[in-house]
Write a protein that binds this ligand. Structure first.
Ligand code: ASP
Length: 417
């Protein structure tokens, strides 16, 4: 009984951290044991069950809370202004991330002096799974809204929620019970998210145990320059650029911000999915950082779908690595093309594990680099994905703070409490 009471005192982030540590340790142990196949399978099932729970709730959360957010703004001008500022910060942070990725990859010549085996499947065509730019733009507006929901197409769901929200705002006095119903569903969604989060320590344990059990650490060495460059640039963004923006633009303490965001970042690391973390990110920003629910829902939903700073860094480092490995010289125009393509690619990248490496095909293709080069980095991508998802999710949250501070809609008393 006493032990039970003690356990209850451990906070959720600490429990998640313990789950992560145990998952990494047990996973590494399993990778050394020859007979751990069944255990690895169990971890895989547990991890996927946990991810599915989040995927299950993300569409109702985005749809309902975004409709309510648009209704409560009830002002197309305000919506347009917030949308404009959000896109501005998304685009500028992505461009800065890409430019830093390119600069440091070239500076440290990450592909020179590395000997990698030519991939067996050099003819692999990963780009087949990637939509072209025009397709992505046309697909933003769904021709069948039920299909978008069934397929969890987040960009389309955002467009549907915007249209429904604007329409509902116009008739809100005629449909008070519909509005009240949606508010109740919103509360229900929150309660479901909290239930799922109670399982997070076990979920992240399984996810990480599976990843580390299956991961061959030998693949890290030949790609160490690429990994170090990616991690260094990500750290620069996370610990210099984001904090400077928070201090200068939003007048918010980065220490407090990161302290409150820590559980969200742990989840992002474990799940490698911006979408899976979205409901928790929305609630954290609202309840612990003071960004109003409508702004956090709007910006974070959009961000989880179209703002990928960590992914942009990875794609730029990977493009330079592949160019150098294949000894293909890149002109300044091609480098600028890579940077602008990462911006476009991030719109089409789903907030799902490994989505960024698929979109890398589009970036490589656009500058004439061999798409088969992707196979060279696939071995380490699971690890890179964990880190870049943290950067992606944090970037969305930083933008939400910047925009809500500039709109004087940041409740500073919450962050300072
Ligand atoms: N896993 C990343 C995310 O969800 C996307 C990517 O693969 O780059 O943000």
């Amino acid at each position: 009984m006493g032990g039970y009471m003690d356990r209850r005192k451990i906070s959720r982030p600490v429990k998640i951290l313990i789950g992560m540590g145990a998952g990494i340790a047990i996973g590494m142990l399993c990778s050394l044991l020859p007979e751990s196949g069944i255990l690895i399978r169990v971890f895989e099932i547990g991890g996927n069950l946990f991810l599915n729970l989040f995927k299950m709730i993300v569409v109702p959360v985005v749809l309902v809370s975004m409709i309510l957010g648009v209704v409560s703004m009830n002002n197309p001008e305000l919506l347009g202004r917030i949308g404009g500022k959000t896109l501005f910060w998304f685009a500028s942070t992505t461009l800065v991330s890409s430019a830093m990725g390119i600069f440091f990859s070239l500076r440290f010549k990450i592909g020179e002096g590395t000997t990698l085996q030519q991939p067996q499947n050099a003819g692999v065509n990963l780009s087949g799974k990637v939509h072209s730019i025009s397709e992505t733009l046309i697909n933003m507006v769904p021709s069948n809204m039920f299909q978008s929901v069934v397929e969890s197409n987040m960009l389309q769901i955002i467009v549907i929620a915007l249209i429904l929200g604007i329409a509902l705002a116009k008739i809100s006095s005629k449909a008070p019970s519909l509005l009240a119903f949606l508010k109740e569903v919103d509360t229900l969604n929150l309660s479901i998210v909290n239930l799922i989060l109670d399982l997070a320590p076990i979920g992240v344990f399984c996810l990480l145990a599976h990843t580390f059990a299956c991961f061959g650490f030998k693949v890290l060495l030949p790609l160490s320059k690429y990994l170090l460059c990616f991690l260094g640039v990500s750290a620069l963004l996370m610990f210099v650029i984001y904090p400077v923006l928070l201090i200068l633009i939003a007048k918010v303490s980065p220490f407090r911000f990161y302290k409150r965001m820590f559980p969200v970042m742990l989840l992002a690391f474990s799940t490698s999915s911006s979408n899976a973390v979205l409901p928790t990110n929305i609630n954290t920003l609202n309840e612990k950082i003071g960004v109003s629910k409508n702004i956090s829902t709007f910006i974070l939903s959009l961000g989880a779908t179209i703002n990928m700073n960590g992914t942009a860094i990875m794609q730029c480092c990977a493009a330079i690595l592949i160019a150098q490995l294949y000894q293909i010289p890149l002109s300044l125009v091609q480098i600028i093309e890579i940077i602008s393509m990462t911006l476009v690619a991030s719109i089409g990248t789903a907030g799902m594990p490994s989505a960024g490496v698929l979109m890398l095909g589009l970036v490589l293709q656009s500058v004439g680099l061999p798409v088969s080069g992707i196979a060279l980095i696939l071995g380490v991508d699971r690890i890179v994905d964990m880190f870049r998802t943290v950067v992606n999710v944090t970037g969305d949250a930083v933008t939400a703070v910047l925009v809500s501070a500039s709109e004087k809609k940041l409740d500073r008393s919450i962050l300072e409490s």
